[in-house]
Structures are given as structure tokens and as C-alpha cells.
Design a protein around this ligand. Structure first.
Ligand code: NAP
Ligand code: MG
Length: 482
């Protein structure tokens, strides 16, 4: 079906003239940018154009060794001995410098990862800044976070993050680790290392003591070297459940602690008494903005039978009006898929969905010639056992089912190995309380979706993870309590 848009926007792309990017980025170790010992580099590309943005150092075992040693040295000699309020000042300084350069960071985030500038400008970068401010405040107040206990830092933390919220995930990891007196070695994802390297510039400018934060770039192999390094006291990982399981196995029997923030397959539940138009907008926000590259995306939709035809029609109309294209355009709703590999995965799942008997709907839309793109996609006639209902696709693909009763939808929503998030749309507070209590997920939003605040914890049940990030709870993973 071709739904004609009632209007067209003129394009309004962000200017990139003021963006300064190097041709190549080296590792950030002991306060300096240094090439990897192998001398090897990999490319980071712009997924909207497939053009190379920069070459990035590929860290090997010797690089990881040096990074861990420098983190250990600065932990023992400087950071763990520093007065807590002084540590807090450094974190505030990072927060302020980042805030001043928010526009530049938003543009680089969208260039390197493909997400719409509206998302990086309004969500990723402000939230990353907010996390640094929030945890800076805790640095000298830890005795209030753990009343009657005596929190002690762990030592050197290894941190590994994914490509969907590159700078935000770096902030989630770095800010609480520093506030609690730890030093760290962080590895960003191979496809989105640039904002982490720009953050390294800010860390240098803030004059953080050398070795407190080390950033090593590379692929999964570099991540493995961090996980297995004997000089690391704790692994903080955000990424897929598959790699999370490998990390749990690799660390079993070792003394290393770990926190894991993993995948999700959130149920978004619409009751007949919900404000229908708001709910439709909430569905679109929960899965289609940011290309569905969101761990907590509402990728399973459950609609109460009486309103399902109406909602599905409204959804079809609405996704026909979404703007897909240049991530740097302020009107863009759906940007580029982060990588060719991710695009192939989405295509594989939609094929599987059709093979399993699902009915697919995609609006007619013109996708750019170059780059990696995927149209917003609805699947109906699917059942609980279908792979597109069970597996995390991490793309703009929504699996829709209907339900009759509250108990039925609770059991359907819980029928998943994941438990990261969920959404409820209803006019009745009692339903909100019942459903949110009985669904096993870390976050349940009511009549809204994807709302974040540094003061509120985020973490998953079941295969969605171990431990939480954000809030006071986010400090727990970085201290020993005596
Ligand atoms: P991923 O493939 O698991 O990768 C995550 C990070 O781990 C990347 O830096 C990756 O490096 C690295 N890595 C890969 N193999 C490794 C290994 N064997 N040992 C150590 N590190 C390894 O996940 P992704 O595709 O980047 O990210 C998407 C996933 O993240 C989704 O499942 C999503 O739900 C999850 N996520 C969860 C949360 C949360 O808060 N729960 C937040 C955001 C994302 P390379 O990328 O360079 O290979
Ligand atoms: Mg890239």
C-alpha cells in the first residue's frame, strides 16, 4: 500500500563544516594517544554513505597489557588515594566539557553510527552528560549511598560496550567507576569508536591523572583480551546475550566480578481503554525511531482484540509518514542501519518471519542508493513460538499479536528468555500496577516508552543481564562493602 504523505519537509541537514576529525585514531593509554603495537588499523565508516570516516588502531594483547598496567599504576598511586571530593571535581569537569561540545558530539555520533541527529542531539549526548553530572555528585557521598557500610573500590575495571548508544554507554560505564575510586580500560564497539576517542580528548583536557581512563579500540578479540586479562578486577559489559554468556563462562572460577547488561525483547501492551493515538505514537517511538537499535525496544506488540484492527490501520498510516534517510537531517525519523552485518541479520529474520507464516507490511518508501537501510516493518499472523517473536532482531521490525484478558497478556509477555523492559498503555491505574508487578522485566513504562534518567536504575531479569546501571544501584557493581 502506498500512503501519500500529506506534506514534504525541505531537507535540513546539520552542517559538518565545524567537525574536526583526524584521519586516524590511536589508542588512549596512560593519558596519551599511542599507536597499537601491531601497527594495524581498521576503518570506521559512515553507514549512511559507506564512506570511511577514519582509521582506528586495532589493539592486541600487548596493548591491552600496557593499558591494564597503567590503570593499575594510577589506581595504586593516585586515584584510590585521592580525596573523594577531588575525584568528584574531575568528573564534573568532564561533564561540563562534554556539555559545551554537545553539538559536535551529536554530529559525530550520527556520522559514525547512522542514528538520526534528533536522537543523538536530544537523547544520547544530553543523557551522557547527565550521567557524568549525576555520578560526580555521588563521589564524596558514598557513605550515604551505603548507610552503615564502608564501600571500597574494586581496582581496575574492564568495560566493553556496544554500538547502539556509543557515548551514552561509555558514560554509563565510566562515570560510576570513577566516582567509586576505580580506574578502567574501556573498549568501544568496532563500528562506533569515534565519540569514545573524542571523549578521550576531553579526558585529556580535563587533566584527569594519566592511566585513570584508558580506551583501547578493536573488535571482539580485543574485548576477549580484556575479559581474560588477569590484571582486571571486574568486567562491566553491555552487549548481546550471546557474548554475555561467553563472559560468564570465561569468568567462572576466577575472582573477577561482573555486571552484564544484555539483550531484550520487550512487550508493549495496549489495552482497549488506552488513549489510542498516544499509544500509536508510543509504539512508533518504541521500535521505529533509532532503527529499532535499542535494547529495550518494544519489539513485541500485544493489542487487546477490540482495538487491534483500528490500531494496526493507524500504525500502517503512521509508518508511511516516517522520514527515512540522511541521519544528519533534523527531520529524519529513521536513519541508517549500523552495519552491513546488522542489515543482513534483519533481512534474515524477516525472511524467517514470512516462512513461518507471518504477514508482512512495509510502507512504500524510497531508500537511499548507498548505505544500509531498512524500511519500518510490521508482522501480523505470528505466534509465540515464531523466531521473530522470540529472538532479539535489533531492527525496525515489530511482531504484532492480540489478546483478550489481562492474565493472558501477562503470560504471553513473560514467555521470553529476556526481561529487560516493557510498556503498558491503559487508562486504569489498577491495570498498570497488576501488569507491571507480574511482568518480569527491569523497567516497565506506563503510557510512555524509552524514558531515562540517570537517577533511576536500569537492568534486566533472566537472560537480559546481571546487575543494574544508573542510580544508586549503579554504584553497587563498583564497590566492595565492608
Ligand atoms: P555484541 O556483539 O555482544 O558486542 C558488544 C561489545 O562486545 C562490542 O564492543 C564487541 O566488540 C564486544 N565483543 C564481541 N565479542 C566479544 C567477546 N568474545 N569478548 C568480549 N567482547 C566481545 O553486541 P552488539 O551487537 O554490539 O550490541 C547489541 C546488543 O547490546 C543487543 O543485544 C542489545 O540488546 C545489547 N544492549 C543492551 C543494553 C542494556 O542496557 N541491557 C544496552 C545497549 C545494548 P565489536 O563490536 O568490536 O565486535
Ligand atoms: Mg562507524
Amino acid at each position: 500500500m502506498n500512503i501519500k504523505k500529506s506534506w514534504e519537509y525541505s531537507t535540513a541537514p546539520e552542517s559538518v563544516d565545524h567537525i574536526i576529525l583526524n584521519d586516524k585514531y590511536d589508542l588512549f593509554i596512560n593519558g596519551k594517544f599511542v599507536p597499537s603495537k601491531s601497527g594495524n588499523y581498521f576503518d570506521t565508516i559512515n553507514p549512511a554513505t559507506e564512506n570511511r570516516i577514519a582509521k582506528v588502531s586495532d589493539a592486541n594483547n600487548r596493548d591491552v597489557d600496557i593499558a591494564v598496567l597503567s590503570a593499575r599504576d594510577s589506581y595504586e598511586k593516585i586515584w584510590s588515594k585521592m580525596e573523594a571530593k577531588e575525584r568528584g571535581k574531575y568528573i564534573y569537569r568532564i561533564a561540563r566539557l562534554l556539555q559545551e561540545r554537545a553539538r559536535e558530539f551529536s554530529i559525530i555520533e550520527s556520522m559514525d553510527g547512522g542514528k538520526p541527529i534528533r536522537e543523538s542531539r536530544d537523547v544520547d549526548i544530553p543523557l551522557a552528560v547527565a550521567h557524568f553530572f549525576y555520578y560526580a555528585g555521588w563521589a564524596d557521598k558514598l557513605e550515604y549511598a551505603f548507610p552503615g557500610r564502608s564501600p571500597k573500590s574494586l581496582g581496575v575495571i574492564g568495560q566493553i560496550i556496544p554500538w547502539n548508544f556509543p557515548l551514552l554507554m561509555a558514560a554509563w560505564k565510566i562515570a560510576p567507576a570513577l566516582a567509586t575510586g576505580n580506574t578502567l580500560v574501556l573498549k568501544p564497539a568496532e563500528t562506533t569508536p569515534l565519540t569514545a576517542m573524542k571523549l578521550a580528548e576531553i579526558i585529556q583536557e580535563a587533566e584527569l591523572p594519566p592511566g585513570v581512563v584508558n580506551i583501547v579500540t578493536g573488535g571482539g578479540e580485543t574485548g576477549k583480551l580484556i575479559v581474560e586479562h588477569p590484571g582486571i578486577d571486574k568486567i562491566a559489559f553491555t552487549g548481546s546475550t550471546e557474548v554475555g554468556k561467553y563472559i560468564m563462562n570465561a569468568l567462572s572460577g576466577s575472582k573477577k566480578k561482573y555486571t552484564l547488561e544484555l539483550g531484550g525483547k520487550a512487550a508493549n501492551i495496549i489495552f482497549e481503554d488506552a488513549a489510542i493515538d498516544q499509544a500509536v505514537e508510543g509504539i512508533v517511538n518504541s521500535i521505529f525511531f533509532n532503527q529499532g537499535h535499542v535494547c529495550c525496544a518494544g519489539s513485541r506488540l500485544y493489542i487487546q482484540e477490540g482495538v487491534s484492527d483500528n490500531i494496526i490501520e493507524k500504525l500502517k498510516t503512521r509508518i508511511g509518514t516516517l522520514n527515512i534517510g540522511n541521519p544528519l537531517d533534523k527531520n529524519t525519523d529513521i536513519g541508517a542501519i549500523n552495519s552491513k552485518m546488522q542489515l543482513k541479520k534483519i533481512e534474515m529474520y524477516t525472511k524467517l518471519g514470512k516462512k513461518d507464516g507471518g504477514s508482512i507490511y512495509q510502507p512504500v518508501c524510497k531508500l537511499p542508493q548507498k548505505g544500509f537501510w531498512y524500511a519500518p516493518t510490521l508482522f501480523t499472523d505470528v505466534s509465540q513460538s515464531n523466531r521473530i517473536v522470540q529472538d532479539e532482531i535489533f531492527g525496525p521490525v515489530l511482531a504484532i499479536q492480540t489478546f483478550r484478558t489481562v492474565d493472558e497478556v501477562i503470560s504471553k509477555a513473560n514467555n521470553t528468555p529476556y526481561g529487560l523492559s516493557g510498556g503498558i498503555w491503559t487508562d486504569k491505574g489498577s491495570k498498570i500496577f497488576k501488569v507491571s508487578k507480574e511482568i518480569r522485566a527491569g523497567v516497565i513504562w506506563a503510557n510512555t516508552f524509552n524514558k531515562f534518567d540517570p537517577a533511576s536504575p536500569f537492568g534486566g531479569y533472566k537472560e537480559s543481564g546481571v546487575g543494574s546501571e544508573g542510580g544508586v544501584e549503579g554504584l553497587h557493581g563498583y564497590v566492595n562493602l565492608e
